[in-house]
Design a protein around this ligand. Structure first.
Ligand code: ATP
Ligand code: MG
Length: 452
């Protein structure tokens, strides 16, 4: 993309309404525009990041054997009356009537709809196990929408639902989700810690929340410092292998990590004092196993191999896709702007032309641009007729992890400059070597799943 042709409405002033850094930077970098309280338009660059996050989520869900689909945003109230949540949900649910006076709602989540659907089609244990998911907009009329996309009213969520014959099988689905979530967040450059959570109104005994540590997080958390040394890394996992998934779950949940709702002072005190930590965290996902409650209320039964009719064991599993955009910025920025992790960056590499209109500099930038594109990368070329200072300020603000700077002086010696935004380190090299280096860096961040 050439910046002169893009739509990147950056703001010079810091918007007064934004209280936290990610909200400020998203507004300043022209990523979002508020439409009304807690509801945003995603401007082109914000939309790119949102899509990158969504793609990683899909890739990792499909890798775990979960099946993508799409359910509507508007739901009819009847299913929610069957589950008893139509009244229970309270004013967070946006209720509306269609022209025939029928009660509808904008879905805050989809347990009812999917349980009804699976109950309609699945009749035998032979169709199990089954995990279906979608990435769809949700609406929750939050009392206090704030912090930009972090606590919106309309927000994008991945929500998945497993259907299993037995509790053991459903717990394997739970473990599979935990493993796939660890992998998902790591690919986004985040460490999200699974913490034992409170099951709240959805009920059930098994639930973990995934929290990204950040001072601006809304949750208070308590943990053993050793848990922050854990990384999923490159390990191979067979998602059908119960023991393997269970071993990963044990590894990542055996150390103390709790939200304030499940925190236990006595247990916490057992951890050596130098390892006890309390901090703030941003919830970027949550997994639940909740048994047969929804299946019984909405009629999702199958015949087991004894010919008995039994309700399905279920769980639901969510990732805050749009909240993650803010969470990643909270975890990765400096005083000048965002620093995108390679896995989600809206453009792979910036190209800054220090002397627009200089034939040699223009030609060198064009050829870098084409070379990067020919390797399947997407550069953002700042080809505007602007001072170098302004170009650097824009690049620093929008946060591309790598930048190639091109100027007549360097070109006289046959070199351009490659800069890592994260470390600030710049190195001179030929344009060919710069391209090769950038291509190499992104090898590790290629899409992994052709099915997405
Ligand atoms: P919270 O406690 O933050 O209100 P929740 O526990 O009600 O969230 P879940 O039902 O677990 O949310 O939804 C799954 C994920 O969706 C959450 O982990 C979070 O990342 C995201 N999410 C929930 N509410 C919002 C919101 N208002 N704006 C943006 N993302 C949200
Ligand atoms: Mg939650």
């Amino acid at each position: 993309m050439r910046l002169s042709r893009y739509f990147l409405p950056v703001l010079k002033e810091t918007p007064a309404e934004a209280q936290i850094v990610s909200h400020r930077l998203m507004l300043r970098a022209g990523m979002i525009k508020q439409a009304s309280a807690g509801i945003y338009s995603w401007l082109p660059m914000g939309y790119k990041v949102l899509r990158n996050i969504e793609r990683i989520v899909h890739e990792e869900q499909i890798r775990a054997g979960h099946i993508p689909m799409l359910m509507p945003t508007l739901q009819s109230a009847d299913l929610w009356q069957k589950s008893g949540r139509y009244e229970a949900y309270g004013p967070e649910m946006l209720r509306l009537k269609d022209r025939h006076g029928r009660d509808m709602l904008y879905g805050p989540t989809n347990e009812e709809m999917i349980t009804d659907m699976v109950g309609n089609f699945v009749t035998s244990y032979k169709s199990l196990p089954l995990t279906l998911y979608h990435v769809q907009w949700k609406f929750r009329d939050e009392v206090r929408p704030r912090f930009g996309v972090m606590r919106g009213r309309e927000f994008l969520m991945k929500d998945g639902y497993n259907f299993d014959l037995t509790k053991e099988a459903a717990l394997h689905a739970y473990n599979r989700h935990l493993v796939s979530y660890l992998r998902t967040y790591e690919r986004m450059g985040l460490q999200a810690i699974p913490m034992r959570a409170d099951s709240g109104p959805i009920g059930g005994d098994y639930t973990h929340e995934f929290l990204v540590l950040a001072d601006t997080g809304e949750s208070e958390v308590f943990y053993d410092a050793e848990i922050t040394d854990l990384a999923f890394g490159e390990r191979e996992i067979d998602y059908d292998n119960v023991a393997q998934c269970d071993a990963v779950l044990q590894e990542f949940t055996s150390r103390y990590a709790r939200t304030d709702e499940t925190h236990d002072e006595a247990e916490f005190a057992q951890i050596p004092a130098e390892r006890q930590r309390s901090a703030r965290g941003i919830e970027v996902g949550q997994i639940f196993y909740f048994g047969t409650e929804y299946s019984e209320k909405l009629g999702a039964y199958v015949q087991n191999d004894d010919g008995q009719r039994v309700p399905l064991h279920m769980g639901s599993h969510g990732i805050g896709v749009s909240r993650l955009v803010g969470a990643i910025i909270e975890a990765s920025h400096d005083d000048k702007g965002i620093i995108w992790p390679e896995g989600v960056t809206p453009f792979h590499c910036g190209i800054v032309n220090l002397k627009q209109g200089d034939d040699e500099a223009d030609a060198a930038c064009e050829s870098l641009y084409k070379a990067l594109e020919s390797h399947g990368l997407e550069p953002l070329y700042d080809d505007r007729n602007e001072r170098a200072g302004g170009k650097f300020a824009t690049m620093d603000l929008i946060g591309l992890p790598w930048r190639i700077t091109v100027g007549p002086r360097g070109l006289k010696n046959g070199v351009v400059e490659l800069t890592s935004h994260r470390t600030g380190v710049s190195e001179e090299m030929t344009p060919e070597v710069a391209v090769a280096r950038v291509v190499e860096i992104y090898q590790a961040h290629k899409p992994v799943n052709a099915a997405v």
